[in-house]
Design a binder for this molecule. Structure first.
Ligand SMILES: [Zn+2]
Ligand SMILES: [Zn+2]
Length: 175
């Protein structure tokens, strides 16, 4: 059995926490919440950036995603919205660990963590698949998971907890 402590607070980690890292181990991070939502994104940009069929991004409040060690560097790339995303990468091995999308102006407040960088990525399967209009045909999706040809209305998909947390990030605007 392993017991792990957060260095700054000494609190014992809970089930709502998850650790991730880059390929070389320079960047290690800890997330202190369950995801607000997990996206499987089938847009062409995610295919190009990942080299795979789709990206899996778990969304968290930025202040719930904390570096344990190392540092990140930011790279800007295009998105279907035209507003771009900033990708945080390990400065050594260049693994992408999370992104900030425009997301209605919440860019700096929400981190889209690349689920494949978690120590246990199996914990975070997609809650919703998006941009399936460009889904690679060999990928077969389950009917049990909502899927949209482009984006979607958050109120149709997100849990009450996720919506509440999202709304708290933008108290002046609401949804
Ligand atoms: Zn690295
Ligand atoms: Zn995408």
């Amino acid at each position: 059995m392993t017991m792990a402590f957060e260095p700054e607070t000494r609190r014992i980690r809970t089930d709502a926490m998850a650790e991730g890292r880059c390929a070389c181990g320079h960047v290690r991070f800890l997330v202190r919440a369950k995801p607000m939502i997990v996206h499987g994104c089938h847009c062409r940009d995610c295919q190009r950036l990942s080299g795979g069929a789709f990206a899996i991004n778990a969304l968290f409040e930025a202040d719930r995603v904390n570096l344990i060690s190392g540092s990140t560097e930011e790279v800007s790339v295009p998105t279907p919205s035209g507003k771009g995303q900033k990708i945080a990468r390990c400065p050594e091995c260049k693994t992408a660990v999370w992104s900030n999308y425009h997301m209605g102006g919440l860019q700096e407040r929400i981190r889209f963590v690349r689920v494949g960088t978690f120590v246990d990525p199996d914990r975070f399967p997609p809650d919703v698949h998006i941009y399936t209009a460009s889904k690679q045909p060999h990928v077969l999706l389950s009917d049990a998971t909502p899927a949209f040809e482009a984006f979607y209305d958050l109120r149709d998909v997100w849990s009450a907890d996720g919506l509440g947390r999202y709304t708290r990030l933008m108290p002046s605007k609401g949804l």
